[in-house]
Design a protein around this ligand. Structure first.
Ligand code: HEM
Length: 455
């Protein structure tokens, strides 16, 4: 039953993660209706139940996310931008993730740093909360020279550096709860008129200053680097009519920084949790990693990581069982007739794809609450509906950083597992409950593991 004020958002931001909310509708309606209509406040939203509709969903370009370029440049990023502005960006950003570039990015350097940090935990504290260590690690990889911004954050060494502090605060101390963000989205026009910002002033100032200083420095010193920042500077200083405004450069810088570390840190902590709960799988994976690395003289290279098939299965199964995002959002840009019905979704209708629910549907994954890497054997993948695995979205607006993100996570697993063994600490609350106030999946109370060195 929908409430007049918050529609069907009861529980969101209070008890339920958005993935679990959409799962409730999915479970109720599966097999009975291709979609379900719910209310977010007074705004109608359609949740797709029939997985076959998702291929059409690829043609709905916009997400209908709130942004306010004038007052909050951080909100004006690739994820929120609609239509033509969006079309200009992905192809220009993609050179950041070529295979050649990734080969140079994944050095043993990061692995060594991570090992040093974990050794301290294994020797002194004997247990650790994973989220922080993984966030420090992923922050360093995304900032690394030649990758996105061309600076080294050294977060693993210095947890107080400003990039780490600001980046993490976006998630730990968001401007709005999940539920308020949904309501803001429902009333975008009014919110813009009221000049509401999505992010806190301190965070906006930090990223705006960083971009201004970087652009000024590079232009003044005629310094050109082979990184994502350089691509944005070129788009900003070009003579093209559709060149990026300064605020749009700030928005893209922000989203690459944020998207690059929080989702990866979430996957890593769930991966180590699953490995701690399944010691046989943990041992098998460690053995596999060491066996492959022996072929590459112990060097953690791009090619060595690509050769680790069992690691690939483990990462995919982690993404299946614990997707960082519980659902995808789109908005119809034209009237859309639902195939096989008389139902028309009017232009401007919000749509959600329930990723979490699909990943936990026994039709696609038998015994879905079991961590089972065999779900990603070649055979199992071949026999499954191709759209039943959506951690990076689908269609033209799927994640632009997917290859980088996956490599990033694999590097973290290798660094964390080669020389260390994990068991579950009693401090981890069981069963895992996802925090309701965050979009990116985070377990309540964090995940605590005991760590010891292995020879
Ligand atoms: C490793 C973990 C990651 C996960 C699970 C993830 C997941 C997602 C998902 C679910 C979407 C929405 C896709 C859709 O609506 O169909 C998305 C979009 C996006 N992601 Fe990621 N992502 C990850 C890493 C990254 C990284 C490392 C970057 C960049 C450095 C990145 C940049 C983006 C951008 C810019 C978009 C918007 C694309 C567009 O609208 O055209 N992501 N991501």
């Amino acid at each position: 039953m929908a409430s007049r004020l918050i529609g069907n958002l009861k529980g969101v931001g209070q008890y339920d993660h958005d993935g679990l909310l959409t799962q409730k509708f999915y479970k109720k309606l599966k097999g009975r209706s291709p979609i379900v209509g719910v209310y977010y406040s007074i705004k109608p939203v359609a949740i797709f139940i029939d997985i076959n509709l998702i291929k059409d969903f690829a043609s709905f370009h916009d997400r209908g996310i709130y942004y306010n370029e004038r007052d909050d440049p951080l909100s004006t990023h690739l994820i929120s931008l609609p239509g033509d502005k969006w079309k200009q960006l992905p192809s220009t950003c993609s050179p950041t993730f070529t295979s050649l570039k990734m080969k140079t990015m994944f050095s043993t350097m990061m692995e060594v740093e991570m090992k040093r940090k974990l050794t301290k935990f294994a020797r002194v504290e004997k247990s650790l909360t994973l989220k922080k260590v993984m966030s420090l690690f992923t922050m360093d990889v995304i900032g690394m020279g030649g990758c996105a911004f061309g600076f080294e954050t050294n977060s693993l060494e210095d947890e107080n550096n400003e990039f780490f502090r600001m980046g993490i605060s976006v998630f730990d101390n968001p401007g709005y709860s999940t539920r308020s963000t949904f309501v803001l989205q429902a009333f975008r026009g009014y919110a813009r008129k009221l000049r509401l910002k999505l992010f806190r002033d301190e965070v906006i100032k930090f990223y705006t200053d960083f971009v201004r200083n970087t652009i000024d420095y590079r232009l003044k010193n005629k310094e050109e680097r082979n990184d994502f920042m350089q691509i944005l500077i070129q788009l900003h200083t070009s003579k093209r009519e559709d060149k990026l405004s300064f605020n749009e450069v700030v928005g893209q810088t922000f989203v690459f920084h944020i998207a690059g570390f929080e989702a990866s840190a979430s996957i890593l902590q769930f991966c180590f949790y699953e490995l701690a709960c399944n010691p046989d799988i943990q041992n098998r994976l460690r053995h596999h990693i060491n066996q492959v690395l022996r072929k590459y003289d112990g060097e953690v290279t791009y090619e060595a990581i690509m050769d680790m098939k069992y690691l690939d299965q483990i990462v995919n199964e982690t993404l299946r069982k614990n997707p960082p995002f519980g659902m995808l959002s789109r908005e119809t840009t034209l009237n859309y007739k639902i195939p096989g019905t008389d139902c028309i979704l009017e232009k401007g209708t919000s749509l959600h794809i329930p990723i979490y629910a699909i990943h936990h549907d026994p039709e696609f994954y038998p015994n879905p609450s079991k961590f089972n890497p065999d779900n990603f054997s070649e055979e199992a993948v071949k026999n499954r509906h191709p759209i039943a695995f959506l951690p990076f979205g689908a269609g033209p607006r799927a994640c632009i950083g997917v290859r980088f993100g996956v490599m990033h996570v694999k590097l973290g697993v290798i660094a964390g597992l080669r020389k260390f063994k994990y068991t579950l600490s009693p401090k981890t609350r069981q069963p895992i409950k996802l925090q309701s106030k965050f979009f990116v999946a985070q377990p309540e109370g964090g995940i605590w593991l005991n760590i010891e060195s292995v020879d």
